[in-house]
Ligand binder design. Structure first.
Ligand SMILES: *Cc1c(COP(=O)(O)O)cnc(C)c1O
Length: 455
């Protein structure tokens, strides 16, 4: 069978998102109000999120219908192809069959618009005029700018200053889609001004930019906040990925032995893996599920499983997750994204329960994998995506040793067309591998809020 590119028709685009919550072995731990230590009530979130998304955040419905307005926008690029990486298999000489789900075909170039479009829609529906958000390298900011444009919302993006200065082209993309973009820390918010007072040279961090965007939303009636990862509703929207993959594998009568995704905050991984994990939990599938992160930000492999803030200033509710501490500052020498101090609570819970196996790689072996992928399959991967590719290649090489014909499926979360400077650095041999030092991790962990590790 010609199964190099497995395509679905628009009619086969899933009609509902897949909610893992009611299928978990134990109920998810609630977010806590840091003042009271009690579970956050829906009304406490209403200052920054629309009701539609708050309901999804807490929903125990197994399926949540995709509104037709969102479905209509998804059809601009969905369903996305599932591809057999035959050239890569040949180069590796592996008996394994490697498939990748290509989320890089969306207009902003990653999986992120799957949730950006849904979030813009639910905010628009409830009369919100503007969304505020943060962005690191600019993928989330550009995805939300695109989505806001389609639903006629204004969009304000706080972009981590070091990226604002070093990665100007995603900023251009945001401007094309009509967003306003500020380097963070900025003087527009109290959180930003406080950081600048202490350190006028601050180059920013994701945690600081989140504080600024949350404050902007909380202090403006017509403005809400949008987060590109971590929260349950974000992971929910991304499940369109895994649901399509299930249909596509069924078309070629394959069943996955190994499922792989990279993890920054956990959304592309969860969206890809959760429908399969549901099958594993319900005994219909046996497969290994691998979450891959960088050794420079080893949240799942080295972090503590504890309640912590989602941002630096401590404005968000406390989430039970693996964390390196909200005071964690990612090393500047790291070229490749995935630099958040925490991870999605749902992903962390499944790691804790042993369903998901976490793994960490240094950046050089990841770029090596990315370049091999580009030279065989043709597409230049995002540095984040390269972590998943490294793991897929390593698993395929294991199969070469054992002769096993495993089916390896990974999520190709995005392309690297705006990350070429980091490829130049890699090709020039200028990238350093970096293990985040244990004492730095211990130091950051000392700033954790004093709350119980589970309820
Ligand atoms: C943002 C991003 C990631 C990491 O975010 P998750 O929420 O962990 O998915 C991974 N890959 C690409 C291409 C991204 O843009």
């Amino acid at each position: 069978m010609d199964d190099t590119k497995i395509l679905l028709t628009e009619k086969e685009l899933p009609e509902a998102w897949y909610n893992i919550n009611p299928r978990l072995p134990s109920p998810p731990a609630p977010p806590l109000n840091p003042q009271t230590g009690k579970p956050v009530q829906p009304e406490e979130l209403a200052a920054i999120f629309p009701q539609g998304l708050i309901a999804q955040e807490m929903s125990m419905e197994p399926w949540i219908e995709i509104p037709s307005e969102v479905h209509e926008v998804y059809r601009l690029w969905r369903p996305t192809p599932l591809c057999r990486a035959r050239h890569l298999e040949e180069a590796l000489g592996t008996p394994a069959r490697i498939y990748y789900k290509n989320e890089s075909v969306s207009p902003p170039g990653s999986h992120k618009p799957n949730t950006a479009v849904a979030q813009a829609y639910f905010n628009k529906k409830e009369g919100i005029k503007r969304l505020a958000t943060e962005t690191g390298a600019g993928q989330w900011g550009s995805a939300l700018s695109f989505a806001c444009r389609l639903f006629d919302l204004e969009c304000t993006v706080y972009m981590v200053k070091v990226s604002y200065e070093q990665k100007p082209f995603r900023k251009s993309l945001m401007h094309i889609w009509g967003a306003e973009v500020y380097p963070s820390p900025s003087t527009r918010t109290q959180s930003g001004r406080k950081i600048l007072e202490k350190n006028p040279q601050s180059t920013g961090s994701l945690g600081i930019a989140i504080s600024e965007a949350v404050e902007d939303a909380a202090t403006h009636e017509d403005t809400n906040y949008a987060l590109g990862s971590v929260l349950n509703h974000v992971l929910l929207h991304q499940t369109i990925i895994g649901l399509e993959v299930q249909k596509q594998l069924a078309l070629v009568e394959e069943s996955p032995d190994i499922l792989i995704g990279c993890v920054g905050g956990g959304s592309n991984f969860a969206g890809f893996a959760f429908p399969f994990i549901g099958d594993i939990l319900e005994g219909r599938l046996e497969a290994e599920v691998i979450a891959v992160e960088p050794t420079s930000c080893p949240t799942l492999t080295k972090g503590l499983y504890q309640y912590d803030f989602g941002d630096t200033a401590g404005l968000t509710p406390l989430l039970l997750m693996h964390t390196l501490g909200h005071a964690f500052e990612p090393p500047a020498i790291h070229a490749g994204g995935l630099r958040y101090h925490g991870d999605a609570p749902l992903v962390c819970q499944l790691v804790k329960e042993g369903v998901i196996k976490p793994r960490a790689y240094p950046q050089n072996p990841c770029f090596e994998a990315a370049v091999l992928f580009a030279r065989t399959e043709g597409i230049v991967p995002a540095p984040e995506t390269s972590h998943a590719i490294r793991a897929a290649i390593d698993e395929a090489l294991k199969c070469k040793e054992t002769g096993e014909e495993k089916v390896i499926v990974f999520n190709f979360s995005g392309h690297g067309h705006f990350d070429l400077a980091s490829y130049d650095a890699y090709l020039a041999g200028e990238l350093e591998d970096f293990e985040y030092p244990e004492e730095k991790i211990r130091e950051a962990l000392e700033h954790l809020p004093k709350f119980p590790t589970g309820l």
